[in-house]
Design a protein around this ligand. Structure first.
Ligand SMILES: [Zn+2]
Length: 260
């Protein structure tokens, strides 16, 4: 039987990681595959929910014959953690289980990890390599990497526009521009992202629910930018009370104007 390409195992780990989309935030999505000495997958797992066990914990626990871990390679989509967060460090677990080799997709830019996980593994004698399918991993966790590296949220700009360039009727009245499939996609996107934001006019004229009703998954935090508090409370998303995540934030005090 031909030996499978290592990228196949990492691809599988990335596919597993993607199952956590929407549920792991603000943590990244992570998948993990344990490959035995005969190049078959012995176990796998992913980070399913924020605060829950990490991918490595789930993958290692899924291996029936734990003794085989001493001859196995572990493929993981993000550098194993080395710090005590909500769970103990995964680097310690891999070392304790005697895993001889760890293959990583992306280094973790989080300052709490940032190379410490890899250093810890190497110091314990584990063979470590990184960068396998790195671009695919960065694309999968683009929200996490954008926040860690640019200190801002990853943004999706979404609007529906008629062929002649209009978003609404002549008096701001709602016009159905897109179809049911676009509606489904929009609701899926809402479950994918942590928050959804609209401006004053959209809240005033559309009064949208901003919830994900047509797709299963977590609800986004709903945000209305209303810098002059122009929206009367009953108008400002009349659905605000129906979901617990809405917050109204008063504008910051005006900054003194420069005289220079
Ligand atoms: Zn971990």
């Amino acid at each position: 039987m031909p030996v499978p390409d290592d990228s196949l195992f990492m691809r599988r780990a990335l596919d597993l990681a993607a199952l956590g989309l929407g549920y792991t935030r603000p943590n990244p999505m992570v998948g993990c595959v344990v490959v035995g000495p005969d190049n078959t997958i012995l176990g796998e797992g992913f980070h399913q929910q924020y605060g829950g066990p990490h991918a490595e914990v789930n993958a290692l626990a899924s291996v029936g014959d734990q003794a085989l871990l001493r001859q196995s390679r572990v493929f993981v989509t993000l550098e194993p953690c080395a710090h005590h967060g909500k769970t103990p460090p995964c680097a310690d677990l891999l070392i304790a289980k005697g895993v001889p080799e760890v293959i990583v997709c992306n280094d973790d830019p989080n300052p709490l990890v940032a190379g410490r996980g890899l250093d810890k593994l190497r110091a314990a004698g584990v063979r470590v390599s990184t960068g396998l399918l790195a671009e695919a991993g960065r694309q999968l966790n683009r929200r996490f990497f954008t926040f860690q590296e640019k200190k801002r949220p990853y943004l999706v700009l979404k609007w529906a526009e008629s062929a002649d360039g209009f978003l609404a009727g002549p008096h701001f009245q709602q016009v159905q521009i897109s179809g049911p499939q676009a509606q489904l996609l929009t609701h899926k996107w809402r479950t994918d992202e942590a928050a959804i934001l609209v401006g004053t006019r959209t809240a005033l004229h559309d009064n949208p629910h901003l919830s994900a009703r047509d797709w299963p998954g977590p609800q986004p935090t709903r945000i209305v930018l209303d810098k002059n508090l122009a929206l009367p409370p009953p108008t400002m998303c009349s659905t605000a009370l129906s979901l617990p995540s809405s917050t109204r934030i008063a504008p910051a005090p005006a900054r003194p104007t420069s005289t220079t």
